[in-house]
Design a protein. Structure first.
Length: 185
């Protein structure tokens, strides 16, 4: 019983796993700021490299090193995402290709099958041809979708939190970096 109590106590004091914690925000990271629309959804947002943080805005350098610098307001409803890498789309591509191939094979097989009514030696009915077509084209679609997914990775973003009354203020200047804190009520 004592071991069970110790295990339970350790579970309560354990720190969150790295994937559960919000990623840290630092200068030079790719970020994506999205704001709410009146319809309730989120806008496309602004993507760029973080250059500085003030109390209520972020300074971003838009795509490319020679891109223009912009200041993006960050309100209570805004969402901030941090770029965490590129991920393969192999699973999704394989699923889409497999389903599309199976459906196409089933339709083609059903249309190409025949009604077995006679004394024919070999006859494949519509259901058998549809199943064979679904298996054959489903397998081809699965392989093709997997290859397409591997060749087309996508960006992955993790949501970061910039909330609370106390925020760090980091501003770049020609002579270095200015550090401070912003307190809001």
């Amino acid at each position: 019983m004592r071991n069970l109590v110790c295990v339970f106590a350790l579970c309560l004091v354990a720190a969150p796993v790295q994937s559960q914690a919000a990623p840290p925000l630092s200068i030079g990271q790719r970020v994506w700021v999205r704001s709410p629309r009146a319809s309730g959804g989120m806008d496309a947002g602004v993507k760029g490299t973080l250059e500085g943080i003030t109390g209520d805005s972020l300074q971003l350098r838009l795509k490319g090193e020679e891109g223009q610098a912009v200041s993006v307001g960050f309100g209570a409803q805004s969402q901030l995402f941090i770029f965490v890498g590129r991920r393969s789309s192999a699973g999704r591509g394989a699923a889409i290709g497999g389903v599309a191939g199976a459906l196409a094979g089933a339709v083609i097989g059903f249309a190409g099958g025949e009604d077995c009514s006679g004394n024919e030696w070999v006859c494949f009915d519509r259901g058998t041809i549809a199943a064979a077509g679904a298996l054959a084209l489903g397998g081809i679609g699965l392989a093709g979708g997997f290859i397409a997914g591997v060749l087309m990775p996508h960006d992955t973003w993790a949501r970061a939190a910039l909330s609370g009354p106390l925020r760090p203020v980091v501003t770049p200047s020609p002579h270095g970096v200015g550090l401070g804190l912003s307190l809001s009520f």
